[in-house]
Design a protein around this ligand. Sequence first.
Ligand code: ARG
Length: 656
Amino acid sequence: MNALHELKEKFRPIIAGFVADDVSKTDAMLAMIRPAGDAKHGDFQANFAMPMGKQTGQSPRAVAETVLQQCNLSGICQTVDIAGPGFINLKLDDDWIKRQLKSALADSRLAVDSVTNARNYIVDYSSPNVAKPMHVGHIRSTVIGDALTRILNFVGHCAKSDNHLGDWGTQFGMILYGYKHFRDQEAFDSDTIGELSRLYRLVRKLIDYHGARIKLVVLETALAELETQQSDLKQKQSESQEKSAVKKIKKEISQIEKRINDAAEKLQKATTAIDAVENDSELSLLAAAHPEIGTAVLLETAKLHAGDQENRDLWTTFLPICKQDMQTIYDRLDVEFDMALGESFYNDTLGAIVDELEAKGFARESDGAMCVFLDGFETPMIIRKKDGAFLYSTTDLATIKYRMDNFDADACLYVVDHRQHEHFEKLFAVAALWGYDEAELKHVSFGTVMGKDGKPFQTRSGDTVGLAGLLNEAEKRAADIARELNEGIEADELKENARVVGIGSLKYADLSQNRASDYTFDYEKMLALKGNTAAYLQYGYARVQGILRKVEVDPRPLRDAPVEFEFETEIERALAVQLLRFEEALSDVLIDYKPNLLCNYLFDLGQTFFKFYDQCSLKDTQSETLKHSRVQLCDLTARTIKTGLALLGIGVLDQM
Ligand code: ARG
């Protein structure tokens, strides 16, 4: 049950009449019915009379009156009034609220209805490049994708998760090259995954070094040129008298400054890559001995793709080891995939896809490469390189075809870093050309994880932070807090507590941010018991369990045989209304795939609950029925928190 939705449906036919049955206009008007900002004005507020008045040339108040005359809200609303120029304030009927609460109480789904337009979704998330250590960015993709999949399925869609592993790309060429030239056999035998990631990092460093050496002069010249332009402009600015000219120059200067910053950053990166090697005598020797390492790595990759026996055998040896290593992280995060069809899965289909696109006239050769030229894009999408190699894009096209043909997907969500936005824009444009234009293809992009210093989250040595270490630290800190909260906690309980709170907090910190923004990784904030954190909600849940133990009432029999709810105080009614907004929150999440809207809802619920807890005793009530009514509110609160957190992939504890 979604009260907001029910209200909208009551208004729909009347508003449609006003806008000559224009569906999108009707929807836009209905979107102006919202939860009231201030409870004094009721539970919901409708502001559509203003724009409708403008359109029809009537006063908004008159519009509001006419709409209300035609709209029968009896039964659902207790009072409906028009305020100010034409705001409509809607207050839900107490009996209606109580009826809805009872049905939520009796329902394991808390009266969340299944959607009527169920769709087949594929959610592509996590998707790390195998052989390359997973980093903090992969947590974002993993927890956001996992939460969306859970929510979609809960509301009645059919969502399948797919871990589109990068198990076929250049990074494999890197470890193949590393294995052949730099391996430490003893280390490989005793700690294979450790050795593979050492090899990956080593090869990466050497490639970056040579790349930076080549680019260095170009980057230095570019920066110097920009700086000259900047000083010329400053000179011009000081000589210029005219206001509008000064304004124009200032704008140009600020544009140049931006470009200078970008160029300086690139140069900085290059010098760091060079220093990393030149400040280390061993690395310097290796770099000198492997000047062509970049090309050689590409060659190893190409050989793998062409079926070279040695490389295939090595790949078959490495892959399960790398996958096993990733699995330990997924197990700790409690994330499961329906499929993990990596890039290699599509290898055999790529040639035919390029041929098909060419035959249909969508792709053509340019400088030896096969390209799809697209309106609105500066560069084409390359689907086969000059040397015959296929690309990330080619595989993604094959993946779309596979998902449409085999799963009849109505929507594919790609939970991937925002930096890949251009890739996805092109991919979706090509897919549409190709005829896959009916499904919703959506890049659910997210920002960068930042450290407290305002820079991308990195270790001191400049490496990205490994995932296992991150999870360990979160659990360790959660254990410290648990020990502080209850001395003498048993070891087993402590471990479980640290896992549920530590991992839960880490996930929640990420999920509670608007995914589009960068977010700052901060252990202290994420584990705080106060604020919009998992620990706060888990604490609320445990609080309810504590209360129920104290008043010695088992809430379960009340679920099917409830007492009448009583709203003795305003806060009980407010908590009730908030409880009934769960479905609304879930449906808000799915509008633009933003799990933070569920977090916001749960946080509001937590805050309302703690106010209720402060103001309403369960022990000293005038009557048994009032006590039971409050028990029922507590029970619903705990179950809503538990279900909501579970949809975010986060657990709860009976005691904290
Ligand atoms: N493996 C890629 C990376 O780590 C992400 C893949 C995302 N999914 C996709 N279908 N392109 O950058």
